[in-house]
Design a protein around this ligand. Structure first.
Ligand SMILES: *[C@@H]1O[C@H](CO)[C@@H](O)[C@H](O)[C@H]1NC(C)=O
Ligand SMILES: *[C@@H]1O[C@H](CO)[C@@H](O)[C@H](O)[C@H]1NC(C)=O
Ligand SMILES: *[C@@H]1O[C@H](CO)[C@@H](O)[C@H](O)[C@H]1NC(C)=O
Ligand SMILES: *[C@@H]1O[C@H](CO)[C@@H](O)[C@H](O)[C@H]1NC(C)=O
Ligand SMILES: *[C@@H]1O[C@H](CO)[C@@H](O)[C@H](O)[C@H]1NC(C)=O
Ligand SMILES: *[C@@H]1O[C@H](CO)[C@@H](O)[C@H](O)[C@H]1NC(C)=O
Length: 456
């Protein structure tokens, strides 16, 4: 029996839709970046001067600070009996049940007949993206002959293992990835076929996915805009929204954080496109999210650019997902993964330090799915250096299990990663145990005080 005096306020929903603030700041992006490039001497530890070239240790301690602020919550427990007397030396076991942050991985149909791969995946990840199995060219290779056998089975596996899945992707704006029959259609027939595609896939998986990529890569490519209408993307977002109104609809793009020189997809253009989609008639209440593919090259990472891009995108108040993260190896090196692992760690630490980043999906986990750019294992599911790094960071960024003994006032303090927890309290006199589970984040527990009251 237990009484838990705890502030269980409803969890706040992400602020979906309002990007006015970001719009106001759009112009400052170039300024930020120019400032970063120009500064060599400033060492002030000030948010506005973040982009000067700090030492590695300075980058790291700032990231730690951001992680503590954005991803962890300090808790101050007091354990008493019902008569308010402190339970001296109460033993507490704190177990993290879930994390608010998701580690995910790309997945292919090859997982379906591979138990070892299934176990490996389910033991590590809580989120997934299918590489190709949901794409139009996969489900309707020949016009009129739809086949959802593989994505159905993959989603079933994910559901059975508590893995959330992104719907990647309903349409793709790159002409290169259209079926021959799609490219051959007249504008009228193309609209008809694309609407049919949207209706088919969205009705099938409605309510079961954590988000949809609606029009993949529509900053770099414009197949549907060119063939149909300038507002084609916005129109398809509207169609998806009307069928599956509760699911977050993402843009998904490359080179928004990876390359300062790509003029098609810098964060200010990303936000402008997002706004354009949101302001299309009927899209007002739509929940949107920011998908960043994050395909990095073998060159040194421009961390200033990563930070300033993520900071600017964060201002939209929308969830950000890194959806296809990988870093190329450098075949010219004696050890081609040496720098790959260093760069990957820099990207992961920087991305994780932005609280708006809700999940990171590694594009290829098991080499069973191909290992051309980066993967976490060899064919026997043994870790590569990349796999070792990811395991290490997964461990670092979760609380795991904690065992503590309260002081003579029945008190103790602890800082934990945000998520759901189960706390078991053992009365040191009787050994009777009580337990309770609750959500931890700064909204659910705003004043950090938790009063656990046990009967005894
Ligand atoms: C549908 O896809 C599955 C899995 O790829 C395949 O085994 C099956 O033969 C396909 N069905 C048809 C009718 O093509
Ligand atoms: C479609 O796009 C054009 C050009 O960008 C714009 O002027 C027009 O208002 C848009 N139509 C709708 C319905 O939003
Ligand atoms: C969307 O979610 C709300 C609140 O959970 C629910 O009441 C509503 O029925 C859902 N709508 C659909 C179409 O699933
Ligand atoms: C990203 O941008 C860089 C620099 O403009 C370019 O070299 C690279 O090809 C781009 N990536 C892709 C996948 O197009
Ligand atoms: C409580 O548990 C401890 C450690 O397991 C044991 O040494 C002690 O005898 C137990 N006390 C009672 C009252 O059962
Ligand atoms: C409060 O309750 C505990 C457990 O039943 C008991 O040991 C203790 O003596 C009580 N204290 C007071 C002040 O009543």
């Amino acid at each position: 029996m237990k009484i838990l005096t705890i502030f269980l306020l409803p969890c706040i929903l992400l602020n979906l839709g309002d990007i006015t603030h970001a719009q106001e700041n759009e112009d400052s992006f170039d300024h930020y970046y120019a400032t970063a490039k120009g500064k060599n001497t400033v060492k002030d530890w000030d948010e506005n001067n973040l982009f000067s070239p700090f030492t590695k240790q300075e980058w790291r301690s700032y990231q730690e600070k951001k992680i503590n602020e954005g991803r962890k919550t300090e808790l101050s427990f007091k354990v008493t009996y019902a008569n308010k007397t402190a339970v001296k030396g109460a033993r507490l076991y704190i177990k993290q049940l879930t994390s608010d942050f998701h580690w995910g991985c790309g997945m292919t149909h090859r997982i379906l007949n591979n138990e070892a791969y299934k176990n490996w995946f389910a033991s590590k990840f809580t989120a997934a993206d299918f590489h190709n199995e949901l794409k139009w060219y996969y489900t309707e290779k020949i016009q009129g002959q739809e086949n959802y056998t593989d994505p159905d089975a993959m989603l079933k596996f994910a559901d059975e293992n508590g893995i959330i899945v992104r719907g990647h992707t309903i349409l793709w704006d790159d002409i290169k990835y259209q079926q021959k029959w799609v490219k051959a259609l007249s504008p009228e027939k193309l609209l008809e076929a694309a609407n049919k595609r949207v209706d088919s896939v969205v009705k099938r998986y409605k309510g079961r996915l954590i988000g949809w990529d609606v029009m993949n890569e529509n900053l770099h490519h414009h197949f549907f805009e060119k063939r149909l209408d300038k507002n084609a993307s916005a129109m398809f977002y509207n169609r998806v929204y009307n069928i599956d109104p509760n699911t977050t609809l993402y843009m998904n793009e490359f080179n928004t954080t990876e390359h300062v020189n790509d003029e098609d997809a810098p964060p200010n253009k990303y936000l402008r496109k997002l706004k354009e989609i949101q302001s299309y008639p009927g899209n007002g209440g739509m929940k949107m999210g920011i998908g960043l593919e994050s395909h990095y090259g073998a060159e040194p990472i421009d961390l200033h650019y990563v930070r300033s891009s993520l900071s600017l995108l964060s201002q939209a108040g929308l969830p950000i997902w890194l959806t296809e993260l990988d870093v190329k190896m450098d075949p010219a090196l004696q050890n081609p993964t040496e720098l790959q692992v260093i760069y990957l760690e820099e990207i992961l630490r920087e991305s994780f330090s932005h609280a708006a980043v809700k999940a990171i999906i590694i594009w290829t986990g098991a080499s069973i799915d191909g290992c051309d750019v980066m993967c976490m294992t060899n064919e026997k599911l043994e870790n590569t250096p990349v796999g070792d790094l990811i395991d290490r960071l997964m461990e670092e960024w979760r609380t795991g299990n904690i065992e503590v003994v309260a002081d003579s006032n029945g008190c103790f303090e602890v800082s934990v990663f945000n998520g759901r927890y189960e706390v078991t309290v053992v009365d040191p006199v009787t050994n009777a145990s009580t337990c309770v589970s609750f959500k931890v984040d700064k909204v659910s527990i705003p004043d950090k005080n938790i009063h656990l009251q046990i009967l005894g």
